[in-house]
Design a protein. Structure first.
Ligand code: HEC
Length: 100
């Protein structure tokens, strides 16, 4: 029993950190070249994006689309080129950004 509890304690943090899994995905997908979580870089910060679309039901689909097809004019004059992502990864990233 003690051993079981120790195992569970070790395994728990892995489940508690979904945000890190997506930061890893964002880094791996080269998003962080132009974005940061907390501060504006070339593109808006991911937290700014989350704040702008908070509570909008269509936000996840819309942001997924922005990544896959590119986006311009919503935040400024610098465009975001279409990102090389699978639709599933784009959706996971949209979900993560909106959770920030
Ligand atoms: C070459 C630089 C660049 C890269 C790489 C990039 N972005 Fe962007 N991103 C931008 C810019 C610039 C904007 C603002 C576009 C606009 O004004 O419409 C933006 C906007 C966005 C938005 C808001 C779109 C909207 O509809 O309001 C999201 C979400 C986003 N980026 C996510 C990502 C993710 C996730 C990745 C990685 C897969 C990524 N970006 C990679 C530059 C980049």
């Amino acid at each position: 029993m003690k051993r079981y509890v120790a195992l569970m304690t070790l395994a728990l943090p892995l489940y508690a950190l979904p945000a890190h899994a997506s930061l890893a995905l964002a880094t791996q997908s080269k998003c962080m070249i132009c974005h940061q979580v907390d501060a504006k870089k070339l593109g808006p910060s991911f937290k700014q994006i989350a704040a702008k679309y908070k509570g909008q039901k269509t936000a996840e689909a819309m942001l997924t689309n922005s990544m896959l097809k590119g986006s311009v004019g919503k935040w400024g004059k610098i465009p975001m080129p279409a990102q090389k992502l699978s639709p599933a990864d784009a959706q996971a990233l949209a979900k993560w950004v909106l959770s920030l």
